[in-house]
Design a binder for this molecule. Structure first.
Ligand code: GDP
Length: 459
């Protein structure tokens, strides 16, 4: 098919470092011969596909390791080429020695994502499915895993592919009209074409809209915890993370002023950002703290504003909210320390902006923490995610969809204005081009390089 099928590539498929086992993957026309040349045990060339064999890997007289070799004969493998996976002991030294030996026998070091690139080029799946492989590996919550898996299994690419084929049909009909331009014939029924383009525009519009949620599901929802010093922000962060501690990770990029942790609620990751306290900025350093808070809030998807019910006036509350609240971004106002307030009455409600909700809690006594988690989920996700809808999570797809939409709108306008066939054909071709970029029906080397270089080596 192309140069990729000429040579046999090798890489470690498991993570670098010491593990119980390491899996070295070989793929290409000579995978079985190369593996067999260093394998002592059965003759791998004579074995059936989908069988596993115990033996040793030897470099001349030197035994490097006892291994299991799994055989996948083309086209019944991930790459649709001959594949051998060698499971050896997970020592870095052993792994590197075996890989070097295989390279000496004629294999070549695989580039990042090259196994998946070959799978794509050999028709195992389309481009958006190949990208879903990377998303699945990176998935760190139930929701992101589900979305990636759905995409891997076809997702919206099957639907887009079918619509694309119909559009191709119309494009060829219109091209035919160009051949008969003297005779003023119409092979492509304009009513049907309009109907199809309408249909496509509607589906694409829906996919474009799904990106916001899809991206939130994939990346986690930024949640800023803001409030005055001593309002109880750190205590609340701890209370929220209580049960999750074991799986919480400190994310890179954490500064002294903000702490970022991940809280999982109903399978969705919320990235909690505890900001420097809001206070009267009396010196330069404090001003920086406030500035950082404001920056974080401008990127946020949810604002958790915490205040101490015993220590704030309605005016101060209003002042804080005025400076923090951004219309369109959901906000939860958390009245903290109600364990200290004998009879907490929500006298603050009139000061809240429309759409913000108030919940009274005690972070220290862990009162109403569960309700707060429910509220966090409900304010951002509830009703939007039912498990079956298709979500776009990939920015490349989003851009291609937006460009397709523009071309389709132009096509519709053209039909309405009864412009000549050649211009309609041009607009349809544009739409087809961008639509094809999603599934990989249209690819360029740059595009493929860009996508697969982000994969890890061995995938
Ligand atoms: P931050 O500056 O907003 O991060 O506030 P901290 O979380 O450090 O809390 C400030 C003080 O308030 C600490 O002494 C906490 O123990 C206390 N505190 C926090 N939440 C509560 C609460 O719900 N009830 C009571 N009684 N004290 C609290």
């Amino acid at each position: 098919m192309n140069q990729f099928n000429q040579d046999t590539i090798v890489a470690l498929a498991t993570p670098n470092g010491t593990g119980a086992i390491g899996v070295i993957r070989l793929s290409g026309p000579d995978a079985v011969q190369i593996a067999n040349s260093v394998f002592k045990g059965k003759n791998l060339i004579k074995q059936a596909s989908h069988t596993i064999h115990f033996g040793t890997i030897t470099d001349g007289d030197l035994v490097l390791d006892e291994v299991l070799a799994s055989l996948f004969v083309a086209p019944r493998s991930y790459t649709r080429e001959n594949v051998v996976e060698i499971s050896c002991h997970g020592s870095n030294y052993i792994i590197q020695s075996i890989i070097k030996l295989l390279i000496r026998q004629g294999a070549r070091s695989a580039k990042p994502g090259e196994f998946t690139l070959r799978a794509f080029l050999n028709g195992q799946f389309d481009l958006s499915q190949a990208e879903a492989v990377a998303d699945l590996i990176a998935a760190d919550s139930k929701a992101s895993q589900q979305v990636a898996l759905q995409q891997l299994r076809g997702g919206y690419s099957t639907e887009l592919q079918q619509l694309r084929e119909q559009l191709v049909h119309f494009a060829s009909m219109i091209e035919l009209e160009l051949d008969f331009s003297e005779e003023d014939v119409e092979f492509a029924n304009r009513g049907q074409l309009k109907q199809l383009v309408h249909n496509l525009t509607r589906i694409i519009g829906k996919l474009i809209l799904s990106f916001e949620l899809g991206n939130a599901v994939k990346q986690g929802i930024n949640t800023v915890i803001a409030g005055r010093p001593n309002a109880g922000k750190s205590t609340l962060l701890n209370a929220l993370l209580n049960e999750e501690r074991a799986i919480v990770s400190h994310l890179a990029g954490t500064t002294r002023d903000t702490i970022e942790e991940t809280l999982n609620i109903n399978g969705i990751n919320f990235r909690l950002i505890d900001t420097a306290g809001i206070r009267e900025a009396t010196d330069a350093i404090e001003q920086i703290g406030i500035q950082k808070t404001m920056e974080k809030i401008s990127q946020t998807a949810l604002l958790l504003y915490v205040f101490d019910v015993e220590n704030i006036t309605a005016e101060e509350l209003q002042q804080d909210i005025n400076s923090l609240y951004k219309p369109g971004i959901p906000a939860i106002v958390v009245a903290n320390k109600i364990d200290l307030a004998q009879n907490f009455h929500d006298t603050f409600h009139p000061y809240l902006p429309d759409g913000a909700v108030l919940l009274a809690i005690s972070a220290k006594e862990k009162l109403h923490i569960h309700e707060l988690k429910e509220l966090i989920y409900n304010q951002t996700i509830q009703g939007k995610l039912n498990g079956n809808e298709t979500l776009v999570t990939n920015i490349r797809h989003l851009e291609a969809l937006q460009k397709t939409e523009q071309a389709l709108i132009k096509t519709l306008q053209g039909i309405d204005r009864q412009i000549t066939s050649d211009f309609i054909a041009l607009d349809i071709k544009q739409a087809l081009y961008y639509l094809g970029e999603i599934t990989g029906a249209v690819t360029t080397d740059d595009l493929l390089d860009n996508i697969f270089s982000k994969f890890c080596i061995g995938k």
